[in-house]
Write a protein that binds this ligand. Structure first.
Ligand code: HEM
Length: 250
């Protein structure tokens, strides 16, 4: 917890280093100080170095990425409302200037999520190595699925950006013509298959990730929430490629 007068100390320190603060900036710092466990840098770093700190980072960044996935899925479902709707939704996001801030936040979350996962895996392997025979040190089924699922999702996102954001791998590939690009894509069974594999990998990742995050944050120990979230995400995302492939959307 922050010590009393801690905000004052931070403001004085910044001013001593020639950073003059307006009253609104000081208020802003005050709120930040109240929110961060400690601003002297030691406790926050120590917290991150602990296993529970890294798990919390994974839970929070995973939560932000999950939120993006839900919003993206709902945006995709607007394709069922008619040809102009998806394009209008994309244009709206660009017009309000949401695209680059969202991209920056997503990138930060992906990097933190990956680094914390890597460090936790390395730590668990090192800890087990002291006590178990090497052949047994394979990690649990869930941990392996999460690792490989994460790799598949990462590769998919690179392909997906080149396909539907940049357009290089898309059969239509016209910038801003989102509906036409999506329809051109899912005429091909192998594109539908690639998307289906990635979405199922995402579903497994979400099922275990939601369960793990809700445990870390002390929300619930039930597995039902994770399963429900995975079913909704898989159903929502898969409906678009299958609707296009079967001619329901054109
Ligand atoms: C299977 C159904 C999916 C469809 C039809 C779809 C559709 C699209 C489209 C059309 C765009 C480009 C939007 C634009 O140019 O304005 C896009 C971008 C994106 N999609 Fe998807 N998507 C799908 C699944 C996913 C999944 C499962 C993920 C995450 C794992 C994902 C993550 C992204 C990201 C990160 C972007 C880039 C957004 C940006 O440009 O800032 N998509 N998607």
């Amino acid at each position: 917890m922050p010590r009393p007068g801690h905000c004052q100390e931070v403001c004085e320190l910044l001013e001593r280093h020639s950073l003059r603060l307006s009253s609104s900036s000081s208020r802003c710092i005050g709120r930040l100080v109240a929110w961060v466990p400690s601003v002297d840098g030691v406790d926050t770093i120590r917290l991150y170095r602990s296993t529970i700190g890294k798990k919390a980072v994974m839970a929070v960044t995973g939560g932000v990425l999950f939120l993006y996935v839900i919003v993206h899925m709902l945006g995709n479902l607007s394709i069922f409302a008619g040809p102009g709707t998806l394009d209008a939704y994309g244009k709206f996001l660009r017009d309000i200037g949401a695209v680059w801030p969202v991209r920056a936040a997503l990138l930060a979350c992906v990097v933190l999520h990956f680094v914390a996962a890597y460090q936790l895996t390395a730590r668990a392997r090192k800890a087990r190595g002291r006590y178990e025979h090497r052949r047994v040190v394979q990690g649990s089924y869930a941990a392996r699925t999460m690792r490989w699922g994460g790799v598949i999702i990462g590769l998919f996102v690179v392909y997906h950006l080149l396909d539907l954001t940049v357009g290089w791998l898309n059969p239509n590939g016209v910038h801003g013509a989102i509906h036409a690009n999506v329809v051109a894509d899912f005429q091909h069974w192998y594109v539908v298959l690639a998307y289906a594999v990635a979405v199922l990998a995402l579903g497994f990742h979400i099922r275990h990730g939601v369960w793990s995050a809700t445990q870390t944050l002390g929300v619930t120990t039930s597995r039902v929430v994770g399963l429900a979230a995975a079913v909704v995400v898989c159903g929502g995302f898969l409906s678009v490629p299958f609707a296009v492939f079967t001619g329901l959307v054109s």
